[in-house]
Design a protein around this ligand. Structure first.
Ligand code: ZN
Ligand code: ZN
Length: 138
């Protein structure tokens, strides 16, 4: 399947611009996560993440203002301490350890992921219409 996505590196930044990052390989596992922790972290119906091998993600500016917090055992979420933008999600459980997820909403380079999925729909916000057909109805 052909798509028009730009090649890596992909660049991203937080809301205030203090934190900037670079993604050096194709973005995998694009997922819209509806778990309660993502809802709280993002203040939204779900959080959207892409993943790459840990070594292919680099904070290029603002590492000093980036803060981390454990949201469940072995899972660390980072955010900009100046503006609050969530930036990364990392788990030390098993194979997940070698991957890092980052918030796709902070990505500045347009991408066209081939695949994406919704996960943890069991805790989906009751006020969010998940299917496109109903969300298009005004
Ligand atoms: Zn910021
Ligand atoms: Zn989640």
């Amino acid at each position: 399947m052909k798509h028009d996505a730009a090649p890596p590196p992909f660049l991203g930044s937080c809301l205030c611009g203090a934190v900037k990052y670079e993604v050096r390989s194709e973005i995998k596992a694009v997922s819209h996560c509806h778990c309660r922790m993502c809802q709280k972290t993002h203040g939204a119906a779900f959080g959207t993440y892409g993943s790459v091998p840990v070594g292919d993600f680099a904070i290029t500016h603002g590492a000093d203002v980036l803060r981390g917090r454990s949201s469940s055992p072995g899972v660390t979420r980072t955010f900009c301490s100046l503006c609050g933008s969530p930036v990364t999600w990392h788990s030390t459980h098993g194979d997940a350890d070698s991957w890092i997820s980052f918030t796709l909403g902070t990505l500045d380079t347009p991408i066209a992921p081939l695949k994406q999925r919704h996960i943890h729909l069991a805790s989906k916000a009751p006020w969010h219409a998940a299917d496109d057909a109903s969300s298009r109805r005004q």
